[in-house]
Design a protein around this ligand. Sequence first.
Ligand code: DX5
Ligand code: ZN
Length: 218
Amino acid sequence: MDRILAPSILSADFSHLGEDIDAVVEAGAKYLHIDVMDGIYVPNISFGMPVIKSIRKRTDIVFDLHLMITKPERYIKTFKELGADIITVHVETLEHPVETLKEIRALGAKAGIALNPETPIETIFPYLGLVDLVMVMTVRPGIGGQTYIHECTNKIAAVAMELTKLQLRDKVDVEVDGGLGVDTVDEALYAGANVIVAGTNVFHGDIKANAEAIMSHF
Ligand code: DX5
Ligand code: ZN
């Protein structure tokens, strides 16, 4: 699988979000990671539909939507219509995981499943045949700028192995989200990740140089 940087706009400067996005596209990022938070599933509220609609007009980069919201099935269709390419839902939020993942695909988006640091990796194993992306959270969801939880690295390895066993390794992205930068990216890649989300370590400072520095580890 290609190794891909997915800069998380949660850490961008929203007073010039368009320029910040241009910088990561120019650096060669292939996914744009978009964190939607509802203040219920996670304590923070980030941004929603109008922002996604606006930035969709600016760039063709793959929109990698990370829904940290309760009952995400309510909004899947809308997010697809607004231009989401990958829609990732948290296993902890799903009442009917099979139906929701199938619906995402039926709408024409790629389906992703995410899990929190304290959720055992086996929780998502039943759904691996229904997804295009697995997201292993390596911080508690809801806040940027936290420290990578090293205890989660074995979960990346475990899901990569399970995908290999199911002969799905070359079809499903293994994405890691939280605390990633030049100091931690190697650990995630070595464990089997191929999509690296990074917010703080991309958008704080020289954006293009930061993105290139992380991608130099790929
Ligand atoms: C956290 C979000 C992350 C966040 C990562 O809940 O899902 O995508 O933006 O931020 P950093 O890279 O700063 O840990
Ligand atoms: Zn995220």
